[in-house]
Write a protein that binds this ligand. Structure first.
Ligand SMILES: [Zn+2]
Length: 207
């Protein structure tokens, strides 16, 4: 019943820009003003550079209980995913630890993975990668400490012969989390692990 109601509401409610929450014309995900501020990523492993309206959208999605933004932001990733078509056998989201997922109510990377996987015509495997340690937040840690913090944090099960994996997350900062998750997938039998994120932070080298 709640799903039905949600479906009906989305039909009558105007589409809103995930960056500023203002109504949009509906032809693009982000509104015109936000689109003008958004930078594409400098590498093919990400859609956007992290910052501005993209950072605001991710903030809303993760910390303001706006799980409905997952389908929208996942559709943005799906549009940019043609490079992976025919090159991967499954999409695997970087999971939260169950304690954090329980606190948030959803796992953001899993919500991004679903539309992406369906656009590629491959399964989204939501249970084969698990976070076995509830690591402290990576946000304020320097790179070397991030790698120490995250090492051994993931375990795999039930890959069932899936060879080529597209590992998906919302944000890439140093790549330490994606690196640790990729390592676990390879140890679990994946032959290739490619990574794809919604937004990549541009790291400024300390001088
Ligand atoms: Zn906007």
């Amino acid at each position: 019943m709640r799903d039905l109601l949600g479906g009906l509401l989305s039909l009558v409610a105007p589409l809103r820009c995930p960056g500023c929450d203002e109504p949009t014309a509906g032809s693009t995900v982000f509104c015109t003003s936000c689109t003008a501020l958004i930078e594409p990523a400098s590498d093919s492993g990400a859609v956007y550079e992290y910052g501005g309206p993209v950072a605001d959208a991710i903030q809303r999605f993760k910390y303001d209980a706006r799980s409905e933004l997952g389908a929208l932001l996942g559709s943005v990733m799906a549009e940019e995913a043609s490079q992976w078509a025919g090159r991967v056998d499954a999409v695997v989201p970087v999971p939260l630890h169950w304690r954090r997922r329980r606190a948030r109510g959803y796992d953001q990377a899993a919500l991004l993975a679903r539309p992406l996987a369906s656009s590629l015509g491959v399964p989204a495997l939501l249970r084969c990668l698990r976070r076995v340690r509830n690591t402290p937040s990576q946000v304020d840690l320097p790179h070397a400490e991030r790698q120490r913090n995250i090492a051994g944090a993931f375990a795999t099960s039930a890959l069932h012969g899936v060879g080529r994996v597209l590992l998906v997350d919302d944000v890439r900062t140093t790549g330490a989390t994606l690196g640790a998750a990729s390592e676990a997938l390879r140890a679990g039998g994946a032959s290739e692990v490619h990574t794809f994120v919604l937004a990549a932070r541009v790291l400024v080298q300390a001088t």
